[in-house]
Ligand binder design. Structure first.
Ligand SMILES: NC(=O)c1ccc[n+]([C@@H]2O[C@H](COP(=O)([O-])OP(=O)(O)OC[C@H]3O[C@@H](n4cnc5c(N)ncnc54)[C@H](OP(=O)(O)O)[C@@H]3O)[C@@H](O)[C@H]2O)c1
Length: 340
């Protein structure tokens, strides 16, 4: 079988990603072998490749956390699963339910543990969820990081309800996943982007208002005005230190900010955190989600017949082009590698 591998270089970054031949792996006790049908890329995969991810182990690793496929072999003691079951795996091998624990970082797919950019992978049966029947493998591969992070932030921690207002920054995987989930729950979603063409696509997916943050650098003021100077109830904060200040200007008193991303870097925030207390705001750090959250989200996606927004699909042999496409920032929603 064939798989990709990231090797550390003397200079630090984990480039390039290489394709290699390897024996088909055998599942041990409690494990299953999955024939991978599709993978999706996340911004994290660019961070892992460049050696900047917090959950990257820094060693040789099979890249990508997000894959969907069918069970091909069962290890000893596995129950509840059969050969041929369509499955998708959570990024954290050991986060089944409850609060996050730091030990979970030690087995994060495509970072500290081998990932899924391979024709066959061995996974813990405990990290699998069933792929909802209405989704293709490509769509299922979009769920473990982008959609689950959106769900965790908006629903599990944010308690989103119909009529709430949501601000999603940019039009990448997490933000478009947030738009789809929040709109399906009856929320009013404001989406920002550097591209008018992408904003048009966001409106077609149900965005209430859109703001071009490139032509309107004071997007926080625009959001404030769009909400009759009340602010939004939830923010999907994927920017980090460079955008948090404006997000704090745009949040409603008592609102909820999900601190999710690092698109502007890992440094300390440029702005004072005082508005958080002045406005009694909840700030939650969010990192993907547990298997229990994943199952709740999948039930919701099935009920509402939500299909993740796929921008482009690349063949397995063209996986490096998929990395380049994600890195170019020209995508809207998710970028997929299809193994057929
Ligand atoms: N904590 C977690 O569990 C978790 C999970 C997933 C992702 N993340 C993080 O969340 C961020 C987004 O991840 P992703 O996979 O969704 O990324 P992605 O698909 O690569 O999307 C990136 C998009 O963000 C927008 N963007 C870039 N810089 C921006 C800025 N300064 N202000 C507003 N928007 C900006 C751009 O949208 P336009 O082209 O429309 O301008 C860009 O296309 C990353 O930092 C990632 O590491 C965290």
């Amino acid at each position: 079988m064939r798989q990709y591998r990231l090797e550390p270089t003397a200079a630090g970054p984990m480039e390039p990603v290489k394709i290699e031949d390897a024996p088909v792996p055998e599942p041990g006790p409690g494990e299953v072998r999955v024939r991978v049908r599709a993978c999706s890329l996340n911004y994290r995969d660019l961070l892992v490749r460049s050696g900047k991810s917090a959950s990257g182990g820094g060693g040789s690793v099979i890249p990508l956390s997000d894959g969907a496929g069918e069970i091909d072999a069962l290890g000893e003691g596995v129950s509840g699963w059969e050969r041929g079951d369509r499955v998708v795996a959570g990024i954290f091998r050991d986060w089944e339910d409850g609060r996050f624990e730091m030990r979970f970082h030690k087995a994060a797919l495509g970072g500290s543990a081998d990932g899924v950019l391979s024709e066959f992978v061995v996974l813990s049966a405990a990290q699998l969820v069933r792929l909802p029947g209405h989704l293709t493998f490509a769509e299922g591969a979009c769920l473990p990081v982008a959609a689950l992070t959106a769900w965790h932030s908006l629903v599990e921690r944010g308690g989103l309800k119909s009529g709430d207002t949501v601000l999603a920054l940019g039009t990448g995987g997490v933000s478009i996943g947030s738009l789809q989930i929040a709109a399906a729950l009856g929320a009013k979603v404001i989406v920002t982007s550097s591209s008018d063409e992408k904003l048009e696509r966001a409106r077609a997916l149900g965005a209430w208002h859109t703001v071009n943050y490139a032509t309107q650098p004071d997007w926080d003021k625009t959001v404030w005005d769009l909400t009759d100077k009340r602010g939004v109830d939830h923010i999907i904060e994927v920017g980090g230190p460079g955008t948090l200040g404006r997000s704090m200007n745009a949040i409603a008193p008592g609102g909820h900010i999900g601190l999710i991303g690092v698109l502007t870097g890992f440094e300390a925030p440029e702005a004072s955190l005082f508005p958080l207390l002045a406005r009694n705001v909840d700030l939650h750090g969010i990192y993907a989600g547990s298997r229990a959250m994943f199952e709740r989200m999948n039930a919701f996606l099935a009920e509402k017949a939500i299909h993740p927004a796929i921008d482009r699909e690349f063949a397995f042999d063209d996986a490096l082009a998929a990395y380049d496409w994600l890195e170019s920032g020209r995508h809207f929603g998710k970028v997929v590698v299809n193994l057929g």
